[in-house]
Design a protein around this ligand. Structure first.
Ligand code: MSP
Length: 522
């Protein structure tokens, strides 16, 4: 079985996750579910980045013991992700023993390859970013030079550090980029990274002497790892066997544009140094603002993903995030927009279609869905949805991968799916099954149209199975078809079931019509 590993960044647990944090988890969740349905053995990792100075500061400011604080936050974060129905398989906390051990193993390996050396670091360090800064990185504010992201003056430090020989890997990295033209998506981010590398790479610090809380270097215990070095290796901790031992594992990272240098340049070099396999792909996401403004506690505009999922539906939130913003671009989140999409697209188009078709079928005692070649031709006519052309051969996963997934074109996947929904709505309006059913001459035609529409609804539902997961579950209940009811995108091993149901051109139903998305009271 082909293996697939998808990861989200691991999150700093110094506060509660907001909608921007949930974004990468939703994208990764879609991929994990999709790949499971198409027969991959999926591992999906996420977690908390705990070896960070700002966590220590946060715990201290709350008068808590650091480990106690981390345990409580770890539990809360895991609960949030479960609440959002993120189908991860591994939740990594970087204070866990096997992670520390692995990081030390990796450091030792790099050291043995002469890739880590001692030096003195003189410069700036921004705790907010947990990152070293050069003068060039700073911007002026109130007569001071500050970090552009945190608007705070970074600490000027002079200390003994260990450095990683990034410069040694410059040519290997360039070659890797040439050999893997689609490693980083979207392309414009890849171009930025390439031109950064063309500007010349300088070695970076992998350890500090300050915080005794972090992971000690095995060859120099007076030094501890720098948080971003250790954090990246969480991906290996998450999937040691699949990653290390299986050359065929497809590895995909999802991450935000603020950490693209770490993932796109440092990470491949670190892996080259320890002679490990490199990821196949990185999807770089943009940033979300809220009502046009950066999310911040002081502005009071931080969107809690749990609250919006509870207020609307998980399907509405993921749909809004992925339908409105192509992967890579920045986006804006607003409750008005969420409400509008929920009402118009989930309830109005999709919910209505399912309800119209299943209620009429129930009313007229129809107990089967049927494909019909002639009706299919009418349905297809003038339809621009690319998905439609793959509809007939949906099992040909390669085409869908090629068209949408390889370049993370989830927005167009959803657009094309919506064209099918719209088409089906038009079809039912034109077919006028109610009127035809009343007339003995056309009654059979009405029945055949509705049976055909049941087939169409079934397959559009299957296309949405990895994304509109709550709606999908409701449709499974509505259909009352045993095979259909067994499909579950949160678990590996469903592909036979999925194919079987997709291919069913004549199937029985035991309809139990219900509303899939409820109107929200204003
Ligand atoms: N701990 C590091 C990642 C290490 S991965 C080896 C980190 N954590 S974070 O909690 O600050 O951010 C986690 C992810 O959330 C990052 O990918 C970041 O880009 C993303 N986002 C943070 N704010 C965001 C928005 N406002 N919008 C979209 N994504 C945002 O960085």
């Amino acid at each position: 079985m082909k293996k697939f590993l998808i990861t989200t960044p691991i999150y700093y647990p110094n506060g509660y996750p907001h909608i921007g944090h949930a974004y990468s988890s939703f994208i990764a969740d879609f991929y994990a579910r999709y790949k499971r349905l198409f027969g991959y053995d999926v591992k999906f990792s996420t977690g908390n980045d705990e070896n960070s100075q700002k966590i220590v500061q946060q715990a201290e400011s709350e008068g808590k013991d650091v480990m106690e604080y981390l345990n409580a936050m770890g539990k809360k974060r895991e609960d949030v992700r479960q609440h959002l129905q993120i189908s991860y398989t591994d939740f990594i906390r970087t204070t866990q023993e096997n992670h520390k051990k692995l990081v030390q193993e990796m450091l030792q390996k790099s050291y043995n390859h002469w890739d880590i050396y001692e030096g003195e670091y003189k410069g700036y360090y921004c705790i907010g970013c947990e990152g070293f800064k050069t003068e060039k990185d700073l911007i002026p504010k109130d007569w001071e030079m500050v970090c552009p992201d945190h608007l705070k003056k970074p600490d000027l430090i002079t200390e003994k550090n260990r450095f990683f020989k990034l410069s040694k890997y410059e040519n290997q990295i360039k070659k890797f980029y040439t050999d893997h033209p689609e490693f980083l998506v979207p392309e414009y981010r890849y171009n930025e990274i390439k031109s950064f590398v063309n500007g010349g790479l300088i070695d970076f610090s992998v350890s500090r002497e300050t915080n005794k809380f972090w992971i000690p270097l095995p060859f120099d215990p007076s030094q501890v790892t720098y948080v971003r070095y250790d954090a990246l290796f969480n991906y290996v901790t998450a999937s040691k066997d699949a990653w290390f031992r299986n050359e065929d594992t497809e590895i995909v990272h999802v991450l935000g544009k603020d950490i693209v240098k770490f993932h796109g340049i440092f990470w491949p070099a670190m892996l080259m140094s320890v002679q490990e396999k490199l990821p196949n792909k990185e999807f770089i996401t943009g940033f979300f603002t809220v009502d046009g403004q950066k999310m911040s506690k002081s502005l009071g505009n931080v969107i809690d993903p749990v609250k919006v999922v509870d207020d609307y539906d998980r399907d509405a939130v993921i749909f809004n995030l992925l339908y409105d913003v192509p992967i890579g671009a920045d986006g804006d989140f607003s409750v008005e927009r969420l409400w509008h999409l929920y009402e118009s697209m989930l309830i109005g188009w999709w919910g209505n279609l399912v309800n119209r078709v299943t209620s009429l079928c129930k009313k007229y005692g129809i107990t089967s869905g049927k494909f019909n070649k002639q009706k299919w031709e009418t349905f297809k006519e003038d339809n621009e949805s690319k998905l439609l052309h793959y509809f007939e051969e949906w099992r040909d996963n390669a085409k869908i991968e090629e068209q949408y997934l390889r370049k993370a074109e989830i927005k167009s996947y959803l657009d094309d799916r919506y064209q099918l929904v719209q088409r089906a709505n038009e079809y039912i309006t034109r077919a006028e099954p109610r009127a035809k059913y009343k007339n003995d001459d056309t009654k059979n035609e009405a029945i055949a149209d509705l049976q055909f529409l049941l087939y169409i609804v079934k397959n559009i539902a299957l296309i949405s199975a990895p994304i509109l997961i709550n709606g999908f579950k409701k449709i499974q209940d509505i259909f009352g078809n045993e095979e259909f009811g067994k499909i579950d995108s949160s678990k590996n091993g469903n592909e036979h079931q999925f194919k079987l149901v997709f291919d069913q051109e004549d199937f029985t139903v035991n309809l139990n019509p219900a509303i899939i998305y409820k109107k929200k009271e204003e």
